[in-house]
Write a protein that binds this ligand. Structure first.
Ligand SMILES: NC(=O)c1ccc[n+]([C@@H]2O[C@H](COP(=O)([O-])OP(=O)(O)OC[C@H]3O[C@@H](n4cnc5c(N)ncnc54)[C@H](O)[C@@H]3O)[C@@H](O)[C@H]2O)c1
Ligand SMILES: O=C(O)C[C@H](O)C(=O)O
Length: 350
C-alpha cells in the first residue's frame, strides 16, 4: 500500500498535482490537506476511475491526513507575485515548513519521504533538515527539495534552440544531454551540458540566452500571469515526474525517470553530509568553486524510495563558462543555507 499526502493541496500547484497523482498507477491512497477544506477536491478526484482512493482534510485534521504516509509532498505556502524575490517568501514559508515538518516527525514513520516544493527551496530544505535534527529524527536520504522544474525548463528551452538550428539529431530528453545543479533561484541555478560540442553548436549568444532563461524562467511565468501568481501547471507536472521516479524505485528497486523510453537521473536539492558520495561532491565543489556548501541540487540515484547515492560525475566535465556559473552560485547559496539553518537553530523550543 502506497500512501501519498499533499500538504497545500488546495493551491495553484496542489490541485493539478493532486490530479496527476490520482492517475499515477503506483499510488493506492491519496491524502489531501490544506488550511482550506479539501473535502470538495477529494470528492471531485474520487470520481476518476483509477485505482487510488482519495481523502480530503481540513486545518483541524493534519494528523489524520499524515497518518501512514510513505511520501509527503509540500506545495504549501505563499507564492511570488511580480516584483518579489523568492527570499521575500522566507518568513511566512519557513514557519509553515517548520510546523508541517514537526507534525510529520511526530506522526509519520522515520522512513517517510518529505519533498519540498515551497519557496525559497534553497532555505526551506535546511529548515526541514534542522527541524528533523531537533526532533532527533533526521534521515537526510529522505528529505529533498524539488528542483525538477529547472531541468524540465532546461530541456524545453534547449529543444527550442536546437529546432531553430534545424538540428533534430540531439534529443534534450536523452540521458545527460543537459542537467541542472546548484540551487533553485536565479544565479544559483547552474545548467550543465556534458557534451561541450552542444555548447559550441549553440554559439556564445544562444548559450547565454539559454542559461539566462533557465535561471530566470520563474520570472517569465510570473510576468505573463500578470501578478496572479507563479508557475503552477508546469510545476505540478515537474513534481509528478519526480514523485513517479521515487515511486518507481519503491516498486522496481531503482528509480530512473523514463520519458519516451529514454532514461535519466533527476536532480534534487539535498543535504550532502551523510549521503553516499556527498563528501566527495563537497570536496569537488571546493576545488572547482572555492567554496564549501552542505546543500546542493545534484542528480540522484534511488533505492526503495530513498536516495541511495549522488551522481557527482556531472561536475567532472565542466567548461570554463560552467565553472564560472558554479562560482557565481556558491556565495548566494551559502547565504540562503545559513538563513534556513539559523531560523530553526534560534528557535528555543520545538
Ligand atoms: N520548487 C519549485 O520549483 C516551485 C515552483 C513553483 C512554485 N513554487 C512554490 O510553491 C509554493 C506554492 O505555490 P502555489 O502557486 O501553489 O501557491 P498558492 O497560494 O496557489 O497555494 C498555496 C496553498 O498553500 C496553502 N497553505 C498555506 N499555509 C498552509 C499550511 N500551514 N498548511 C497547509 N496548507 C497551507 C494555502 O491555503 C494554499 O492553498 C510557493 O511557495 C511557490 O513559490 C515552487
Ligand atoms: O518563480 C517562482 O517564484 C516559482 C518557482 O520557483 C519557479 O521557478 O517558477
Amino acid at each position: 500500500m502506497v500512501k501519498v499526502c499533499v500538504l497545500g493541496a488546495f493551491g495553484g500547484i496542489g490541485q493539478p498535482l493532486s490530479l496527476l497523482l490520482k492517475i499515477n498507477p503506483h499510488i493506492d491512497e491519496l491524502s489531501l490537506y490544506d488550511l482550506n477544506d479539501c473535502h470538495g477536491i477529494s470528492k471531485d478526484l474520487s470520481h476518476i476511475n483509477t485505482k487510488s482512493t482519495t481523502s480530503g482534510f481540513d486545518k483541524n485534521t493534519l494528523k489524520d491526513a499524515l497518518q501512514g504516509s510513505n511520501i509527503v509532498v509540500i506545495p504549501a505556502g505563499m507564492a511570488r507575485k511580480e516584483g518579489m524575490t523568492r527570499d521575500d517568501l522566507f518568513k511566512v514559508n519557513a514557519n509553515i515548513i517548520k510546523t508541517l515538518c514537526l507534525h510529520i516527525g511526530q506522526t509519520c514513520s522515520e522512513n517517510v519521504k518529505v519533498l519540498i516544493i515551497s519557496n525559497p527551496v534553497n532555505c526551506l530544505v535546511p529548515v526541514a533538515i534542522e527541524t528533523f535534527r531537533k526532533l532527533g529524527k533526521l534521515h537526510p536520504e529522505n528529505i529533498m527539495g524539488i528542483t525538477t522544474l529547472d531541468i524540465v525548463r532546461a530541456e524545453t528551452f534547449l529543444r527550442e534552440h536546437l529546432r531553430e538550428l534545424n538540428n533534430d539529431d540531439i534529443d534534450p530528453l536523452d540521458h545527460d544531454v543537459i542537467s541542472v545543479v546548484g540551487g533553485h533561484s536565479g544565479t544559483t541555478i547552474v545548467p550543465i551540458i556534458p557534451d561541450k560540442n552542444i555548447i559550441k553548436l549553440l554559439g556564445s549568444s544562444r548559450y547565454k540566452q539559454l542559461v539566462h532563461r533557465i535561471q530566470f524562467g520563474g520570472d517569465e511565468v510570473i510576468k505573463a500571469k500578470k501578478s496572479s501568481g507563479s508557475a503552477t501547471l508546469s510545476m505540478a507536472y515537474a513534481a509528478s515526474e519526480f514523485i513517479s521516479t521515487i515511486l518507481l524505485s519503491m516498486t522496481h528497486g531503482t528509480g530512473i525517470c523514463s520519458k519516451e523510453q529514454k532514461y535519466r537521473y533527476l536532480p534534487a536539492y539535498v543535504y550532502l553530509p551523510g549521503l553516499k558520495n556527498g563528501a566527495q561532491l563537497k570536496r569537488h565543489l571546493k576545488q572547482v568553486a572555492h567554496l564549501d556548501v552542505n546543500y546542493f541540487a545534484v542528480p540522484l540515484k534511488f533505492k526503495n524510495g530513498s536516495i541511495s547515492e549522488l551522481d557527482p560525475t556531472i561536475l567532472t566535465k565542466l567548461s570554463q563558462e560552467e565553472i564560472e556559473l558554479l562560482r557565481a552560485a556558491m556565495e548566494p547559496l551559502q547565504i540562503n543555507i545559513k538563513k534556513g539553518e539559523k531560523f530553526v537553530q534560534n528557535t528555543a523550543k520545538m
